[in-house]
Design a binder for this molecule. Structure first.
Ligand SMILES: Cc1ncc(COP(=O)(O)O)c(C=O)c1O
Length: 386
């Protein structure tokens, strides 16, 4: 059976060159990067080369990169590393749960949290961020690109506001890395999160950019790994693969991968929007090139995902962890979608491995599957005429 994967915001396949770069570090190069003998020196050198590559992707110094176990840990380290009880944190209503639930935990420990709302396009108003600042505000954490809609926030403006107010600024760039060029100095952020498996690297590895001079309280206590910012023996094969994926990400911009991806996404989107009673979620917002989120009124999104999967097409209703949950997406409802429309929404997200034929395959399946599911829904006509 032909299988096409258009759920790259959940995870991306490891590219062959990444696999090849990692392979020796599962075998012959097995040393602990903290050991002083030959074996340790070999893996230490590989970790430091990967650090240079990840730093190059973000426009920072290698010493400002802290390797972690992924996006979730990096988000948590940024938040818990800077905010404590008695302080105040500003975030948005459409963040990933790695940020939202960390903030919820902070609130339970006595730290105040302000959630900035978004407009219908999923956009944070920078004036709202400015107004939310208080004398005890320690941190602003607003994501660069949203995982469900791909919408890109005005992070450079927020970074300027934070810098002027002398407040730390963290941005979750997990869904932006490799898709749009990132320069931490243009964003003026103090912390920035990325994850290996969203850029065609392996799962279980990520990084937090920590601007030089930022006093971060560690979450893990142990050895002096990662300049005492993250204790624990480094995941050498994972870090090497992450470094290779970062290199390929940089090369991809030179090859115009982002433009090609946007063209494929735009064709998919244009043709899907020709189906009756559909619409684009987040229309009018700047977006990363690989994502489109579309509502199909009168459809249950979960049912559509399952029906398409049975025919070989993998897509998603949004955040992977929400699959199976009855709650509609917190991102789409924050953008003002009524719950039925949020539940009728599907995310299509492309990766570097996708071809024009993959888009053709999706276009050969989605319209007929949508109309079959609508035929099974006796109230469909009533729903669309509302
Ligand atoms: C925006 C965003 N932040 C954080 C994460 C968590 O990253 P990880 O899966 O590496 O823990 C994800 C994963 O979906 C994400 O999309």
């Amino acid at each position: 059976m032909l299988r096409v994967y258009l759920d790259n915001n959940a995870t991306t396949p490891v590219l062959p060159d990444v696999m090849e770069a990692m392979r020796p570090y599962f075998g012959e190069h097995f040393g602990n990067a903290s050991s002083i003998h030959h074996h340790g020196q070999e893996t230490r050198a590989a970790v430091e080369r990967a650090r240079e590559s990840v730093a190059a992707l973000l426009g920072c110094r290698a010493s400002e990169i802290v390797f972690t176990s992924g996006g979730t840990e990096s988000d948590n380290l940024a938040i818990f590393g800077l905010a404590q009880s008695g302080g105040h944190v500003i975030t948005s209503t459409i963040e990933h749960h790695a940020v939202l639930n960390a903030c919820k935990h902070l609130a339970a420990k006595g730290c105040e949290v302000t959630y900035i709302p978004v407009d219908g396009r999923g956009f944070v108003e920078t004036e709202d961020v400015k107004r939310a600042i208080r004398s005890n505000t320690k941190l602003i954490s607003i994501m660069l690109a949203n995982n469900e809609t791909g919408g890109v926030q005005p992070v450079a403006e927020i970074g300027r506001i934070a810098a002027e107010a002398d407040i730390y600024f963290h941005t979750d760039a997990v869904q932006a890395a490799g898709k749009v060029a990132i320069d931490v100095n243009k964003i003026e952020c103090d912390l920035l999160t990325i994850s290996g498996h969203k850029i065609h690297g392996p799962q279980g590895v990520g990084a937090l950019y920590v601007r030089k001079g930022t006093q971060l309280e560690p979450m893990l206590y142990g050895g002096r790994h990662e300049r005492s910012r993250r204790a624990g023996t480094e995941n050498v094969p994972g870090i090497v693969g992450f470094g290779k994926a970062a290199e390929l990400g940089i090369a991809g911009f030179e090859l115009g991968d982002d433009r090609k991806m946007a063209a494929a996404r735009d064709r998919l989107e244009r043709e899907l929007l020709e189906i009756e009673a559909t619409g684009l979620n987040g229309e009018g917002a700047p977006r990363v090139p690989n994502t489109t989120n579309i509502y199909f009124d009168g459809i249950d999104g979960e049912a559509l995902v399952i029906a398409l999967d049975l025919k070989g097409l993998a897509v998603s209703t949004g955040a992977a962890c929400s699959s199976g949950a009855i709650e509609p997406s917190h991102v789409l409802t924050a953008m003002g979608l009524r719950p039925e429309r949020a539940r009728a929404s599907i995310r299509f997200s492309l990766g570097k491995q996708n071809t024009a034929e993959d888009v053709d395959f999706a276009l050969s399946l989605v319209p007929e599957t949508v109309s079959r599911l609508r035929e099974l829904n006796p109230v469909y006509r009533t729903v669309v005429s509302k």
